[in-house]
Design a protein around this ligand. Structure first.
Ligand SMILES: Cc1cc2nc3c(=O)[nH]c(=O)nc-3n(C[C@H](O)[C@H](O)[C@H](O)COP(=O)(O)OP(=O)(O)OC[C@H]3O[C@@H](n4cnc5c(N)ncnc54)[C@H](O)[C@@H]3O)c2cc1C
Length: 495
């Protein structure tokens, strides 16, 4: 065991990196996420080379595969107040920003061996939806499954989100699904043997307009009907929940102490590892590039590592789903929309709930590592797959955050990134069989809440797939609803 420190910012030792390699993390992005190396003040400037050397010697990762991890702006830790003092033109659309151009390429780590030539079920997308479905199916005894992921695990939205989990929704379906997800999250560490840092600190929604006050009031009545103890608070009462908040412009708040946050990465790995232990094959760095079809069925999934003959295909490609569906001639109405997010240096624990201003889309919470993690939607963000990071976001976010909590003005932002929301016309997911191609099952369109819905939705989907018994969830949320003009609108969306 080597106690030699490789990452001085985050206290990561050589033996911790070796442990990650032993557990199967063989690319630099995954080792970074598993150990935390390179996520501190210096952003890997001091430790990256040493970790790369260990990967080369212990994991036999070739030098050509050892790309540096994606650098995260800002270049230097910079105070929120400084970002807040910058100006931007609110009328101008955000633009590309600093792209994720350097770092891991999909091809660099492609395994040489071909994929299995046959599987009963192929799941496309190794995000939280695909992996939790794989695990739930395996729990029911269905293990002849291959999950295909074009990058490393956590490369998609599931590795880029805020980890917020809430029962405060505007429709009975999402309320009850979230209640079930939270039940499953509470016992996840015990069931799966991995610490997911789940913390029920509550969600505090702030409303700055009468329209949002009415929305929160309506929703609170619905929550209470379903056993969720949401209360509408005056601004003064909301300050008792989070004393550091100014109530500038706030008219009312909604508070549910049972909501919470979870650390996305171990949650995803927990499902992946447990599924693999049951026999599911998870093929990373493997891209789906086409389908072979006959008689209205998919016969084979074509990948850049060979073809897989299968009975059923599940499309869980998140915001990439429309592009993948198009390869099968299926038109999905989802659109990817970039959402930016950032993290500060760690502080002592002081902030219990996740706080969100529903009017502007600002949200922030304190992670179990002490960082303030937060983001803010941007109505001007055009549709499109863009994983760049902008200064406009840091300025808008810092202005909104320091208005609500001026004490954090001296706190430094360490890193920013972005991920794709997978947006449908009614903000509800697309689930169930594809009209005209019944062995293609849809599991996408989760907008900004797929992480918290995954445990409950995929538990039900696995039961539905394994038993063939009908479940209204997979009839109500089918793709055909858009053609039928039947919207399932959800409007408690942040950002
Ligand atoms: C900034 C941000 C904050 C968010 N905050 C929250 C939150 O607080 N709470 C919450 O519940 N949700 C949140 N979300 C939403 C949540 O992250 C997503 O809804 C969820 O992760 C979607 O999971 P998924 O499995 O559908 O997609 P993904 O995690 O995106 O997985 C899809 C995978 O498919 C892979 N793929 C794509 N094309 C191919 C191909 N051709 N072949 C093989 N694989 C392919 C991708 O690499 C990707 O890994 C947030 C999202 C963002 C961007």
């Amino acid at each position: 065991m080597s106690k030699a420190l490789l990452c001085c910012c985050e206290d990561v030792t050589a033996s911790e990196v070796e442990h990650a390699i032993e557990k199967g993390y063989r690319d630099i992005e995954s080792v970074k996420r598993f150990t935390g190396f390179g996520t501190g003040m210096c952003q890997g400037k001091q430790c990256l080379t040493a970790v790369a050397r260990l990967l080369e010697s212990k994991a036999k990762t070739k030098p050509s595969q050892l790309m540096p991890f994606t650098p995260r702006p800002p270049l230097f830790p910079t105070e929120l107040s400084l970002w807040a003092s910058a100006s931007f033109d609110p009328a101008v659309a955000p633009g590309g920003g600093v792209p994720e151009s350097i770092g891991l390429t999909e091809n660099a780590l492609k395994p040489e061996a071909p994929v299995p030539s046959k599987a009963k079920i192929v799941i496309i997308g190794g995000g939280i939806l695909g992996l939790s479905l794989a695990w739930n199916l395996a729990q029911r005894g269905e293990t002849d499954i291959v999950v295909l992921e074009k990058g490393y695990l956590c490369a998609g939205a599931s590795g880029r989100n805020g980890g917020g989990v809430r029962m405060q929704w505007g429709t009975p379906t999402l309320i009850t699904l979230a209640q079930r997800s939270i039940e499953l999250m509470k016992r996840f560490a015990r069931d799966m043997g991995i610490n997911v840092w789940f913390r029920q600190g509550g969600y505090l929604f702030l409303a700055k307009s009468e329209a949002v006050v009415s929305k929160l009031e309506r929703a609170a009545q619905l929550h209470n009907k379903h056993g969720v103890p949401t209360q509408i608070l005056t601004p003064d009462a909301a300050r008792e929940v989070v004393p550091e908040l100014t109530m500038t412009g706030v008219k009312a708040a909604a508070w549910n102490p049972l909501d919470g946050v979870i650390f996305p990465w171990p949650f995803l790995w927990g499902y992946a590892t447990a599924a693999q232990k049951k026999g599911v094959k998870v093929e990373t760095f493997t891209k789906v590039i086409g389908f072979e079809q006959s008689q209205h069925r998919i016969k084979k999934v074509i990948t850049d590592r060979g073809d897989i003959e299968c009975e059923t295909v599940v499309l869980a490609g998140g915001a990439w789903s429309p592009a993948i569906a198009a390869l099968a001639g299926v038109d999905l109405p989802n659109e990817p929309h970039r959402h930016e997010i950032c993290s500060t240096e760690p502080l002592k624990p002081f902030l219990g709930p996740l706080v969100s201003v529903l009017d502007s889309g600002l949200y922030f919470s304190q992670s179990m590592r002490g960082e303030i993690v937060g983001g803010m939607g941007d109505a001007r963000e055009p549709a499109g797959m863009n994983l760049g990071s902008t200064q406009r976001f840091l300025t808008r976010y810092s202005q909104a955050l320091t208005e609500q909590m001026p004490q954090v003005g001296r706190v430094k932002i360490l890193r920013q990134w972005s991920g794709p929301y997978d947006v449908t016309p009614d903000n509800s997911p697309i689930l169930g069989r594809t009209p005209g191609l019944p062995n293609l099952i849809q599991l996408s369109g989760f907008v900004g809440h797929g992480f918290m819905m995954a445990p409950a939705v995929t538990e039900r989907m696995a039961a539905w797939m394994a038993t063939n018994e009908s479940d209204e969830l997979f009839e109500r949320f089918t793709l055909s609803r858009f053609e039928e003009g039947r919207m399932e609108r959800e409007d408690m969306i942040i950002g």
